[in-house]
Design a binder for this molecule. Structure first.
Ligand SMILES: N=CN[C@@H](CCC(=O)O)C(=O)O
Ligand SMILES: [Zn+2]
Length: 416
């Protein structure tokens, strides 16, 4: 045995007796966290978990080479999964905040050619190395909060070349950081103010980028379906093209205005619909029927000073599988602190601690089609594990805004 994590105060495996790789849907299932005490975790040379069981029995598996990792009575849980980020971008947008505080909305600023369009200009102008350095700093910040898997979108682009530049940066990060990355193509993120060839031609240009982005490693396609950005019909057209290529789909849905993003996600069988601040009951119920994951972004509603998504309806009435994500980006959530995201889920989404951890591990993994490899502590799975300094998850969530992480492992390798 290569490593044994012992002296664990409390373990939440997020596993259940069915050993399924799917999400946990609805409040009851999301509260079943697989709690264990007086246990240890054995990890082999490949970084794979071989056993989770009674402390004494696991410690008896040790040989002369075994390295013991002392959790010192801390809480232990799966590595966190952040299933929605705009990790790779140039520059920052702090100058927008005074405009917003003076009354301009996020969409007003975008309509005037600022917002995402500003970040597109900066991302276009910066070299690949500058973008890499900025994103590396962000990813390191995420790691400090226990994040072991991150989804990263493109979408700050004026052309295919800039989309591909963002993808290359994200792939370099995957190779150099030790964190697991999942790549999403999002050329349909904003509509330029001037469209010399017309809107239809612009949409077709976005569609034509998809095969190139897929070939370069993008597994998902995402569209910002929103009033004044991409319509439901345009979103359908782009995402159907993505599906025809074999890509999985996601939608930025109902962030401001409920124009039908949730319903479109259900119709297309999207893997997830994200934001959902303004979703109707009908939209959420359709998502549940179609098995679409609901990804709530409580840091974004907090930063945009909007009412949070209706997570209680999602969990108690619609019985959705709910995940949470940071949505780290320069405009609507400039924070890499996934611990804060989790605390905001508790405080603003009114989720219970068990639901929050399920939403940030197993369900988050399912929201990026990684339910079979991440989000659960189980024999046979990669040892993506966080050891916290605190003895219980409630302390981690309520003592908010700081990191309670002692050690982070990805495939058994200590990354923090
Ligand atoms: N709303 C659209 N996209 C991002 C924000 C991107 C930005 O403002 O730079 C989001 O998920 O919130
Ligand atoms: Zn987003």
């Amino acid at each position: 045995m290569k490593q044994i994590i012992h002296r664990i105060g409390l373990l939440w495996t997020m596993d259940d007796e069915t050993r399924s790789n799917g999400p946990r849907c609805g409040a009851d299932a999301m509260r079943a966290v697989g709690a264990m005490k007086d246990v240890a975790i054995a990890i082999d040379e490949e970084g794979v978990i071989v056993d989770v069981g009674a402390e004494k029995a696991i410690c008896d598996l040790a040989d002369a080479q075994t390295q013991f990792i002392d959790a010192e009575g801390g809480f232990v849980a799966p590595g966190l999964v952040d299933p929605h980020t705009h990790l790779v971008h140039g520059g920052s947008r702090e100058k927008e905040l005074p405009l917003r505080l003076a009354g301009a909305s996020y969409l007003d600023i975008l309509r005037e050619g600022g917002g995402i369009l500003n970040t597109i200009r900066e991302t276009t102008a910066y070299s690949e190395d500058v973008l890499f350095a900025q994103a590396k700093t962000s990813l390191e910040r995420m790691q400090r909060f226990g994040v072991t898997t991150v989804e990263a979108k493109t979408g700050y682009s004026s052309s295919l070349a800039v989309e591909l530049k963002q993808l290359r940066v994200a792939k370099r990060l995957a190779e150099s950081s030790g964190v697991n990355l999942v790549h999403t193509a999002m050329p349909a993120h904003a509509v330029p103010k001037e469209l010399p060839a017309g809107r239809e031609a612009y949409i077709e240009e976005l569609v034509s980028m998809l095969p190139h982005l897929q070939a370069a490693g993008a597994e998902f396609a995402d569209v910002f379906v929103e009033e004044g950005v991409f319509s439901v019909d345009e979103g359908r057209h782009i995402l159907e093209a993505a599906k025809a290529l074999g890509m999985k789909t996601k939608i930025h849905a109902d962030e401001m205005v409920p124009i039908g993003g949730a319903q479109l996600a259900a119709e297309l069988g999207a893997t997830s619909a994200d934001h959902l601040l303004a979703s109707t009951d009908e939209g959420l119920l359709r998502m549940a029927e179609a098995g679409v994951m609901a990804v709530c972004l409580p840091g974004t509603s907090f930063y945009l000073q909007k009412p949070a998504a209706r997570a209680r309806f999602m969990l108690d009435e619609a019985k959705l599988g709910v995940a949470i994500a940071s949505d780290y980006n320069p405009g609507s959530c400039p924070s890499e602190n996934f611990g804060l995201t989790m605390s905001l889920a508790l405080l603003t989404l009114k989720m219970r601690p068990e639901e929050v951890f399920m939403a940030a591990t197993r369900n988050a993994a399912c929201a990026i089609a990684r339910g079979h490899v991440a989000g659960v502590i189980r024999p046979g799975r990669n040892a993506d594990i966080v050891i916290y300094t605190a003895a219980n998850p409630e302390y981690v969530l309520t003592h908010f805004g700081i990191s309670h992480v002692r050690e982070v492992f990805v495939k058994g390798r200590r990354i923090l």
